[in-house]
Design a binder for this molecule. Sequence first.
Ligand SMILES: [Zn+2]
Length: 541
Amino acid sequence: MVTKFIADEKPQKVEVLDTTLRDGAQAKGVSFDLQAKIRITLALDEIGVHFIEAGWPGSNPKDEEYFKEIRKYDLRNSELVAFTSTRRKNMKASQDPILQKVLDADTKWITVFGKSWDLHVTDVLKTTLEENLNMIYDTIKYLKENGRNVIFDAEHFFDGFKRNKEYALKVLKTAEEAGADRIVLADTNGGSLPHEVYNVVMEVKQHVKKPLGLHMHNDSGCAVANTLMGVLAGASHVHVTVNGIGERTGNADLCVVVPNLELKMGIEALKNREGLKMLKSLSSLVYELAGIPPNPYQPYVGDNAFAHKAGVHVDAVLKNPVAYEHVPPESVGNARKVAVSELSGAANLVSWARKELGIMVDKREPAVRRALRRIKELENKGYSFDNATASALLILLEEMGLRGKTFEVKDWRVISEGKDLSGAKSWSVVKLGNGEEYLEAGEGIGPVEAIDKALRKALTKVAPEASSVKLIDYRVHLPKASKHTESDVRVEITFSDGKEFWTTTAVSRNIIEASLKALVEGIEYYLIKRKLMALRGMMVP
Ligand SMILES: [Zn+2]
């Protein structure tokens, strides 16, 4: 009976307020500059969140500048929201300079946060319970009189409700009477559990008529679950941040809340119907601009979210994806990954060959076994093929007799030089051969750039079609800890021809040699793939 009851309370639609730029920016080590804030705003608007809470005018000049700058852009889906506290104690709202700055930010919507836990009023704010209610009432009333819509954020609501329910509810009613358009229950300390949130929301909605919202922090690891339970109890407005970034352990993660609402609960949460498919790229953008390494284990958008490693899984997922995937990876803009590894069987390699190169090969063929043996030997030397599909496939192609060298590096040399520590320059020469020999030079800031340029110049003679290959990403890693010898480095390079992406890897004590090897393999892979595709095209009637 409980499940039926839950289903009855659930709204059809939920409004999403993203606060990455305000609450998320309070995360340790995160600071977005103006350009980053604009880029994130546009990405959020594109996926179609209802509200973007973007800053606290009056708290810092950067946020004021942002609200000026963002006016130049036309947002298609989202409303901008400025954030502020209630007026200061013992002062008129119209005289509070911070509220003036908030109005100057010129947004239609404003979030006002106020205290709803009596202990915070008396011990932190150091004022009377009555004056706190006045501060909330006056602030909201004043902003409403100035033509703004107000989201009231009841700080520490769940803790307040547990300790002094009467007062916590009085705070909400005061905000409602002053004209607040949304009443948000915040779990500011993040300590609540899902069943508590459900019960509290069920009770609160007996007292409050305005749409209820939730603002959940993740200190008990339940921010997402708490948000969903609050929605099941009838809340229709949720606060989230991209990747869950925020103070301490962060906020409810947009990248998990939104797909759960839309894909699992049948609740519309984005204004753009195609928005969900941009989730992975939104997540990556925010990691990049926040300077935080992405979490590969993040649900839906993490690099491992649809990665299959163990051989049995791979076999099954190729037969029917539903066997090991809870939703299709494309639904959130992610992709299935099949990793070749020590754990896996030949099924992984065979599936790669089929997916990437269109080659049908049986996993019992001796060439597959030989290729796997070589891959495992390389893994023991510190290689990792989890991302570098192209390098693993080149080994398979070689064992199948399909690699046939288009060119080969005969000789290379790099010189790096600088006068002080800020003006380095590098020069390189590369000699290629494919019957004839070509020697070319290149210049760059770093040695890898110099050698890439020399290599490409020589390649224009040997394989001009390689000119459309671009270097997208270059990373240097230490090989897996247990396996690397002191000075080995592992290089990983990602390439694209504008349509597809592929990654190669190489390990060496010499970082330049490793880079050159991965560069050469990346171009070789592209040339072979083109040849195979053309061949298949010819064979198709
Ligand atoms: Zn918060």
